[in-house]
Ligand binder design. Structure first.
Ligand code: DI6
Ligand code: FE
Length: 392
């Protein structure tokens, strides 16, 4: 059984996928398999579900330290914004990340990456944004790139220098952008470390017009953009991102119908991050019905980060997307495959179709809804990455 075209999921019962040189050469009903493929080495999946390898399209997987202490503070009554304004929050992770070497960052990220890989993830996006000085931003991105050499997974890197204003630039966001963030972006790009550029548009971070300076620089460098927008309040980041034809706009709890329309027009993916909503105990859910109504593709991701989403399970994000936001299991699966690929600007993966990368996940389930339905259960049988088998 595999994901194909003929039912809502596109499931093809009794399917065959032919793989050659790391790419999908043919897919369809086993009975229709062209004869020249029949002499090839075969793997019998014994009726298991085959999906595209899963894609986690929004993570902050590389960082120093952890924030278990803040978790405890919040449980004792402090809000996320209060923790941030008291010099905690992102700033405490910035201090720990600056103190870490590239090797430290790699070794602390590996167990998190391995947790994702164990759930059939074959592509992971990783952002910078906990260095907030030139050298540490570059070190984070180098560490992210290295992770892709250490494990059978594609890593895409996103520059997130506009994540927060570092303590040494407190109250001087503009100066931080021109003196540190933009030069760091240019240097990271010159070193081939940047696949996309992101920012955090929020009252505790950067305004829409400040973010646009970063987007202008990205555009000069020919880099695609994405944005953390309307997570805690409505700041107008989505409208800005749409004018820049952003690959994705992420979080979106406070997005409006006008935002959804602008995203649909721009072709931007809505990246839904239920782990942060859950952790922060937000009450305003993103307007899933408006994204549906206006045909905005929705992706789901872990947002793995030490503060607002210490989550390394994309299956859990699927479950939360369904249970907290009333997404359907079908939307959840598209959200971690085809739409997640689109949120990263990757056209060579996210579906099972000839010519695409043979990144596949094999599941011990009878129906696709099971991937979203269970809580804390991992039904992965095996992963195939670029045509090569990787056991669980
Ligand atoms: N939005 C978030 O939820 C995270 N970053 C962002 O832009 C929070 C990151 C953190 O608290 O460390
Ligand atoms: Fe994030």
């Amino acid at each position: 059984m595999m994901q194909g075209r003929s039912d809502p999921y596109g499931l093809i019962p009794d399917a065959t996928v032919a793989v050659e040189n790391g790419r999908i050469a043919w897919t369809g009903c086993a009975a229709d398999l062209p004869s020249h493929f029949r002499t090839w080495e075969t793997i019998d999946l014994e009726g298991r579900l085959l999906t595209p390898g899963l894609i986690d399209c929004h993570t902050h997987l590389v960082f120093g330290g952890d924030r278990a202490h803040e978790f405890e503070l919040r449980l004792n009554g402090a809000s996320y914004e209060e923790v941030a304004r008291a010099g905690g929050g992102i700033a405490s992770t910035v201090a720990a990340t600056r103190a870490a070497s590239e090797g430290d960052l790699i070794s602390s990220a590996l167990p998190r990456l391995d947790a994702l890989i164990r759930e059939g993830i074959t592509t992971v996006e990783i952002k910078s944004g906990y260095g907030l000085d030139r050298d540490t931003e570059l070190t984070m991105l180098r560490a992210a790139r290295q992770l892709g050499h250490l494990r059978p997974v594609t890593i895409t890197t996103t520059f997130l220098g506009a994540h927060a204003v570092p303590p040494e630039y407190d109250g001087r966001a503009e100066a931080y952008l021109t003196e540190i963030c933009l030069p760091a972006l240019r240097a990271a790009h010159a070193e081939g470390l940047v696949d996309a550029v992101d920012g955090f548009c929020e009252n505790i971070a950067f305004s829409a017009s400040q973010i646009d300076e970063v987007f202008q620089c990205a555009s000069e460098l020919g880099l695609p953009v994405k944005l953390h927008a309307e997570q805690l309040s409505h700041q107008g980041g989505t409208a800005l991102a749409a004018t820049r034809r952003a690959l994705s706009v992420d979080h979106l709890e406070y997005a409006t119908e006008a935002d959804a329309l602008a995203m649909a027009k721009a072709g931007s993916v809505a990246v839904i991050l239920p782990g942060a909503f859950y952790t922060l105990r937000e009450t305003q859910a993103p307007p899933i019905d408006l994204f549906r109504k206006h045909g905005v593709p929705m992706a789901l991701a872990t947002d793995c980060n030490p503060g607002s989403s210490p989550m390394t399970s994309l299956l859990m994000a699927m479950n939360m997307g369904c249970t907290l936001f009333r997404m359907t299991p079908q939307e959840a699966l598209a959200g971690v495959t085809a739409h997640a690929a689109r949120a990263l600007g990757l056209r060579d993966r996210g579906r099972i179709a000839s010519g695409l990368r043979a990144d596949l996940a094999i599941w011990d389930v009878t129906r696709p809804a099971e991937l979203s339905y269970r809580i804390g259960f991992n039904p992965l049988h095996e992963t195939i990455v670029e045509g090569k088998r990787c056991s669980r």
